[in-house]
Design a protein around this ligand. Structure first.
Ligand code: ATP
Length: 254
């Protein structure tokens, strides 16, 4: 299938430090890719280059075949490249329903009529209901964010990203900070993401990576050292040395 998202030969240095070194990744609709790497490997910088929060020194980012390298974050979102919102950007006094309604209104160019009467807009209410249902948080739709569990807030982040109808979704550690007892809910939500959406997930939890990803990309010192199947990643000598170490040994012993 042809690529919906491509990064070609991306480079970025901070002073003398090359943080992104000739990185190329291509994703097709429906891809489920995990980006892993140790602390300081360059994952956050890579995501910021992709979203437009940072400009590369050289290289190209294309979305649906169009070059978006010189576009800022807002334009990239409008074209379908969406990063999940962060819990820190949720409003404590607003409900999940209001958050998602606002995102839908924004996407459909009706944000000026903010919240006032979205209850009277059947299309908005239907979409909000469906999204909250997809993420398994419809039962807390009208509670304040300050009253819902952290794991539910993280699911709301994903609902907000989906409300923008992305073609490519970047998920930044969706299970980080979520109690172990709630991670199955996050995994179920991830399993229910739209089949044609390309998803790139940055994640440290290797169990989640192996359950979610069909492909794993490993960054080390700003460069891609592996891009392949989850089965092969644990066998790769460079990956074991740079990152997986004990995890790979445990899995092969199991
Ligand atoms: N604005 C900046 N100025 C200078 N150096 C930076 C800047 N941003 C990141 N770096 C450096 O670039 C390297 C990669 O950082 P980055 O945050 O991208 O890694 P990471 O893989 O996301 O790490 P973590 O998992 O800890 O978030 C680090 O050595 C970091 O100190």
């Amino acid at each position: 299938m042809s690529a919906v998202f491509q990064v070609q030969n991306l480079k970025k240095s901070f002073g003398g430090l090359a943080v992104t070194q000739d990185v190329s990744i291509s994703m097709a609709p429906g891809d489920r890719v995990a980006l892993i790497g140790s602390n300081g490997a360059g994952k956050t910088t890579f995501v910021n280059l992709v979203t437009g929060h940072l400009q590369p020194d050289s290289g190209k980012v294309t979305l649906g075949g169009g070059d978006v390298t010189s576009l800022g974050p807002t334009k990239r979102v409008q074209q379908g490249l969406v990063r999940s919102f962060q819990v820190t950007r949720l409003f404590a006094d607003m409900t999940p329903q209001e958050h998602v309604a606002l995102a839908v209104l924004q996407r459909t160019g009706r944000a000026r009529r903010i919240l006032g009467n979205f209850h009277a807009m059947p299309d908005v209410m239907a979409e909000v209901g469906e999204l909250l249902h997809t993420l398994g948080i419809d039962h807390i739709a009208t509670r304040k964010v300050s009253e819902i569990a952290y794991g539910q807030q993280r699911l709301l982040e994903i609902a907000l990203a989906l409300a923008l109808k992305p073609k490519v979704l970047l998920l930044d550690e969706p299970a980080a900070g979520v109690p172990q007892s709630d991670t199955p809910r996050i995994e179920a939500a991830l399993a229910g993401l739209p089949a044609d959406l390309a998803v790139l997930m940055i994640e440290h939890d290797m169990d989640l990576v192996f359950r979610f990803a069909k492909r794993v990309v490993v960054l080390a010192a700003g460069a891609i050292i592996f891009d392949g199947s989850p089965q092969d990643v644990t066998k790769d000598a460079r990956v074991r040395e740079a990152y997986l170490g004990n995890y790979a040994n445990d899995r092969s012993a199991a």
